[in-house]
Write a protein that binds this ligand. Structure first.
Ligand code: LMR
Length: 396
């Protein structure tokens, strides 16, 4: 059965983690996979999440099945966190299903579109997260890329992006990163979101918003502005939410797919398709992470504590961006590293060549994925000078 299978190359992101683990050098630095790290390099469970987990375990009386749509309270509360004041007004048009992480939401969303309109083309930013194309493309939908980054300014090339979107045929799907664009760290401004929303409405396009880092850019509200600007304008929208980063629930695979439809009847029908797709692929999502989030979001004290913890993670990442910019500027005074502090979230592209990335790994034991994306949270006071030396050597 399996003799004909080829051995595949490593995953572009997870393969970096594996290579890093194999490296025995004491100097090694992991700037690869997108997980938050504290000063000691640990990825903590936020204390509020831990408290919600303990409370949940103390009261849980059964582990019987929940159902394909997952935890209904989680679904409601996570959508309310994302959509804010819009959530109640959109509730009768929104079909939400708990998913296997944000990845599960992206894949289920693509499968849903495939069922509804099999010929749909999905337009993703160039560049985008390395797993977007495999995840969405595996549904059978075709993907195209829209221009996104102005590599010189290291900011969004909004004119090029909008020019592309303005020419798309009706019912095209446009995949958008709500905040903390992965891998560039370059986000749209609220005015740009509004302009994009207008074009999406005029052209009859459907946005598919990936919200994987709510709270990791500035704060929970600011990071949702783009999504909310779209949600109040467009008749239909898909939203993939991940609880991996902001709740620190990575391995619990906690996420949701919310689909805003045009009316209550479409919402009801969509919910049946979401459930059937889940049932046919994996039957039901895991409960643990969703039960924790549902409990935390309903508890004002825990919620406030969690928000403060997310706030301190963001402050640390912003601090690291400023620190690295200062250290790189000291080494390369003719270069402008202002982009490092303008960009948001965990990621920025270092702008290295393929051979530069290999040198970084082989000579300096500093690990980044093949696109040269850096996880800012992998930097610390202890390694910042070492990283700055290595990167400056390549950029000089
Ligand atoms: C990343 O971009 O590194 C994270 O989203 C983790 C992953 O699954 O790739």
């Amino acid at each position: 059965m399996f003799e004909t299978l080829d051995t595949l190359p490593p995953d572009p992101i997870l393969g970096v983690t594996a290579a890093f683990r194999r490296d025995t050098s004491p100097l090694k630095v992991d700037l690869g996979v997108g997980v938050y790290r504290d000063e000691s390099g640990n990825t903590p469970v936020p204390a509020a999440v831990r408290a919600a987990e303990q409370g949940m375990l103390g009261t849980q009386t059964s582990k019987s099945y929940v159902g394909p749509a997952g935890n209904v309270e989680f679904n409601e509360r996570i959508v309310a966190l994302a959509l804010g004041p819009l959530a109640p007004t959109l509730a009768d048009r929104t079909a939400t299903i708990q998913t296997v992480g944000g990845c599960g939401a992206l894949r289920l969303g693509a499968e849903l579109v495939k069922v509804s309109r099999p010929g749909t083309v999905v337009h993703v930013s160039d560049p985008t997260w390395a797993n977007h194309e495999p995840l969405i493309g595996s549904s059978g939908l075709r993907l195209e890329r829209y221009p996104y980054l102005d590599a010189t300014r290291r900011d969004v090339d909004f004119d090029a992006m909008l020019g592309y979107v303005e020419r798309l045929p009706a019912a095209s799907l446009v995949l958008l990163h709500a905040c903390c664009h992965n891998p560039t760290g370059a986000d749209l401004t609220p005015a740009q979101w509004a302009a994009l929303g207008d074009v999406i409405v005029q052209r009859g396009l459907v946005p598919f918003v990936d919200l994987a880092y709510q709270g990791f850019g500035d704060d929970l509200e600011t990071d949702a502005i783009g999504l909310r600007v779209l949600a109040e304008r467009v008749p239909e929208l898909l939203l993939a939410v991940s609880c991996s980063k902001n709740f620190g629930l990575y391995r619990e695979r906690t996420g949701a797919l919310a689909v805003i439809t045009t009316n209550a009847a479409a919402r009801a029908a969509t919910a049946t398709h979401q459930a059937r797709l889940a049932r046919r692929m994996y039957s039901m999502p895991p409960d643990h992470g969703a039960a924790i989030v549902a409990r935390l979001l309903a508890d004002a004290t825990l919620r406030q504590q969690w928000q403060a913890e997310v706030g301190s993670m963001v402050a640390r990442m912003k601090g690291l961006r400023a620190l690295l910019a200062t250290r790189l500027s000291a080494r390369l005074p003719a270069h402008d590293f202002g982009w490092l502090t303008r960009q948001r979230g965990m990621f920025s592209l270092l702008g290295l060549t393929e051979s530069g990335i290999a040198r970084l790994r082989d000579e300096d034991h500093v690990y980044v994925p093949p696109d040269g994306r850096m996880n800012v949270a992998g930097i610390s006071d202890a390694n910042v000078d070492y990283v700055a030396d290595a990167v400056a050597r390549l950029l000089a």
